[in-house]
Design a binder for this molecule. Structure first.
Ligand code: ZN
Length: 161
């Protein structure tokens, strides 16, 4: 069975950046996704089209087909009192915030200077070329319920993240 729209594929992958550092990986068939539902970045999804269980490949994805370019407008200085008073704010902490358009987004603290906190709302992999080594473990038909929801359900039935 080939990977195509409405199939569920199980992958093993290693993701490296331009420096060859491992940014993310999934082994032992822990990663599954619904093909054709924009569950994964476009550059990887299109490269997987037509692949079968047992196939391996290396694919490089530019930011435009990955997590987008880094947007300097997403880097902001906010007052310390926007954060919970009982939490020590440190670089690397992540918080949910609301964008000016009202969407929920995750921002990461990049610096704390007195009463000012610098946050970055870009995806950590924004602006990065992504180099994947991928092997296809399994391909199956999606269930009607998975297609209705637009994502994969686990082996024990329904689960949502
Ligand atoms: Zn669901």
């Amino acid at each position: 069975m080939e990977i195509s729209k409405d199939k569920v594929a199980t992958l093993n992958y290693v993701l490296k950046n331009d420096n060859g550092e491992v940014m993310d990986e999934s082994q032992d068939g822990q990663f599954t996704y619904l093909h054709g539902a924009s569950n994964i970045i476009p550059g990887l999804e299109s490269a997987l089209e037509g692949k079968k269980a047992g196939d391996s490949m290396s694919v490089s994805v530019a930011p435009a087909d990955g997590y987008g370019e880094r947007d300097l407008a997403q880097i902001q200085q906010v007052p310390r009192n926007m954060f919970p008073p009982d939490v020590d704010i440190e670089p690397g902490m992540q918080f949910q915030a609301q964008s000016p358009e009202g969407q929920m987004m995750v921002v990461m603290v990049t610096a704390v200077n007195g009463d000012t906190v610098s946050v970055d709302g870009n995806h950590p992999l924004a602006g990065e070329n992504l180099h994947f080594d991928v092997s296809v473990v399994d391909v199956r038909d999606a269930s009607p319920e998975e297609l209705e929801h637009g994502h994969v359900h686990g082996p024990d039935g329904h689960h949502h993240e």
